[in-house]
Design a protein around this ligand. Sequence first.
Ligand code: URA
Length: 213
Amino acid sequence: MSLRNKDTNMEANDKKRNLLLEIYQEFGSRFCDMEIVYGDGNPDSGIVFIGEAPGKDEVKLKKPFVGSAGKILRDFLERAGFTRQDIYITNAVKYRLFRINEKTGNKINRPAKKEDLENCRPYLIRELLVLSPKIIATLGNVPLQTLMGTEAKIGEVHGKKTDIKIEGKEFLLYPLYHPASLIYNRSLEDVYRQDLSGLENLIKQLKAGERIG
Ligand code: URA
């Protein structure tokens, strides 16, 4: 369910891909000692989902959301009538956030620090300006706070569309819970489903060219 015309100029699409590649290459040379995963999907779909950061599975397959959180996201997207190829998926932090478990020597995921958000924000902003989506759906607090500041809380704003300005350009932000939060809190399932159906309606209105302000 793309928000763009099928006959969108191929040259413009190629240009978009090349610009994304440039951003990712710059990121890769700055954070060359990290395990990095870039965005994936249809850059011209008009819908961008932004997650937190890649995990072990994502690093292995070099694609965002291919592990257990990815499976939940895919199931919900399918129920709402989307496939991964209908959207673009990226992360606010593009390297794996981990620390070493002193007992086992294994890598374990760690939460994002302010420094991680600051490191990665400029690249996310450039990525969004290139993608120029009609809707940005953030997944959880990390991408939400990267775009809106740390006072924004997903529990208060999920499922509520908001206009935001990035470098003077207007975007429609639609915050969702992170799919992994459903693994720990099954009671969020209904809320998540309702929020996704709100997103689906928003997309339908945009496709029909209705005013949605
Ligand atoms: N969780 C995220 O936020 N991003 C991924 O890519 C995978 C899991």
